[in-house]
Design a protein around this ligand. Sequence first.
Ligand SMILES: Cc1cc2nc3c(=O)[nH]c(=O)nc-3n(C[C@H](O)[C@H](O)[C@H](O)COP(=O)(O)OP(=O)(O)OC[C@H]3O[C@@H](n4cnc5c(N)ncnc54)[C@H](O)[C@@H]3O)c2cc1C
Ligand code: HEM
Length: 511
Amino acid sequence: MPELKSYTRAEVAKHNTEDDLWLIIDGAVYNVSTFAQLHPGGSQILVELGGKDVTEDFYGLHRQEVLVKYAPRIKIGVIEGEVSQVNIPAHGELSTVPYAEPSFWMGFKSPYFNDSHTHFRQSIRAIYDEIKPEAIQAEDQGTYPSKELYAKLGEAGVLATQIGPGPWLKGLKLPGGIEPEKFDYFHELIAHQETARLGTPGFCDGISSGYSIGLPPIFNFGSPALKAKVVPEVLLGKKRICLAITEPYAGSDVARIRATATRTADGKHFILNGVKKWITNGVFCDYFTVAATTEKGMTMFFVERDDNIETKQIKTSYSPSAGTSYITFENVKVPAENILGKEGQGFQVIMYNFNHERWYICGAVTGGTRAIIEDCFKWANQRKVFGKRLIDQPVIRNKLAAMVAQLEAVENWLENITYQMCNMSYAEQSVKLAGPIALLKYQTTRVAHNVSDDACQIFGGRGITKTGMGRAVEAFQRTYKFGAILGGSEEIMADLGIRQAMKQFPANARL
Ligand SMILES: Cc1cc2nc3c(=O)[nH]c(=O)nc-3n(C[C@H](O)[C@H](O)[C@H](O)COP(=O)(O)OP(=O)(O)OC[C@H]3O[C@@H](n4cnc5c(N)ncnc54)[C@H](O)[C@@H]3O)c2cc1C
Ligand code: HEM
């Protein structure tokens, strides 16, 4: 960055021609003489404002990230004696915009969170703030997260924070220096929320979705040798894994999958054949956790990529960054010791992690929803229509009220359930939490649906425009439905929740 000098407003005012063009934004001076020709909003508009303070115009039309991106090239000084009025958050800084953070970080007391959670949230956010420009670019251009980025996230312990506390964390470095033994489900909840806050849904699934569902069957059901090899490789970002269950023929009704695995005559291998659809990260994965049917029934396998596996990109509503794939397994030879759990008991292996997966989707969806509400507050405060800020319109305040009230309600339930996860054995969780987690997931994605709708209206045309102020809102309303379908759709979740409740219905109860 060029050396920053101090100028008076009168000095800046002299630089007002096409060849010599300066602007003032929030007490800082920008030389846009060269940039003006490249300005996506046109050069003329900048020439007309040459030498002036354009703070209000700028923030009415651009996200702050525009200034952060271009400042190193065009910021040349500050206005003498003036201080900046607009906060540009440092990496990891928490927001002070109303409801932009869960209540504990907005000054409330909490029975659940302590300093280690605050430190963890700040640390993981700092890492994400650093990679945000890369995330936005990848989301936009549909490129896959690079191997270097995976390795970087692995080294920083970010990948390890998304799969729950357990022995697999032993010896790993985690963000904020938190000791693996002290890592709990509240830390993990924060990790999912912070990932979604990036506001780049395809890219976020690109960096976190495959292994967070593909790896648990390995560490829960793999042989000791398999675990020792695969778990560290994946958690350190050296190899990538995905979960391949769904097929064109079977989604919600997993039991109807048609992929087959036939034991070879010597009994040492299985020959895997079949197709899988919508497998997140599959395009760029090294490893696959695959459901197939053997003569003993549904069975889970760990499979390494080879030439008999073809992975093709499926175009979905979010960015190809997620690597969503259509996979063909054609006579793939899989060693018998790669069975996860027992042959014929694949259904139990699949079900084992379902509560966790559904719970973490709730974390991601609440994190993404909250970031949208923050954008709405900021926008409503700075956008002027009919000579007033949007927030001065009762109808807009009403929409914000509905958003906040709904999100705070599900977040409180989510924290309550997270507390149960921290304090119940796996067996107790299976009995007591499957229903509530299903209903929580149902309600969380219903809230996202409502928030998306209102946010889009608050942003107007920008809410349906991929770049600029409404970027995150546009992405959200195109993608919140993923959470409503993946890991069990809303209809299935609602139904499961009530069926589970009816299992406990007292036989002697009467109206
Ligand atoms: C982008 C994306 C990524 C994915 N990633 C993965 C992945 O990594 N690994 C993987 O294995 N799978 C993945 N999936 C698959 C996902 O889990 C399935 O889409 C999901 O299970 C639903 O199955 P389906 O789409 O075949 O819908 P279907 O099962 O065909 O259902 C269609 C609709 O009918 C409703 N419905 C179904 N049964 C009932 C019922 N009994 N009562 C009332 N309504 C019902 C459902 O709610 C749904 O809305 C992904 C899907 C997408 C779109
Ligand atoms: C440092 C100064 C500026 C920089 C770096 C800058 C940069 C940009 C960029 C990157 C965009 C693309 C859209 C986006 O990503 O948000 C844009 C759009 C635009 N800019 Fe600027 N800009 C600057 C100042 C201004 C000023 C002072 C105005 C005056 C009104 C202005 C008016 C516009 C307009 C009208 C658009 C199009 C917005 C739209 O499509 O809705 N810009 N600018």
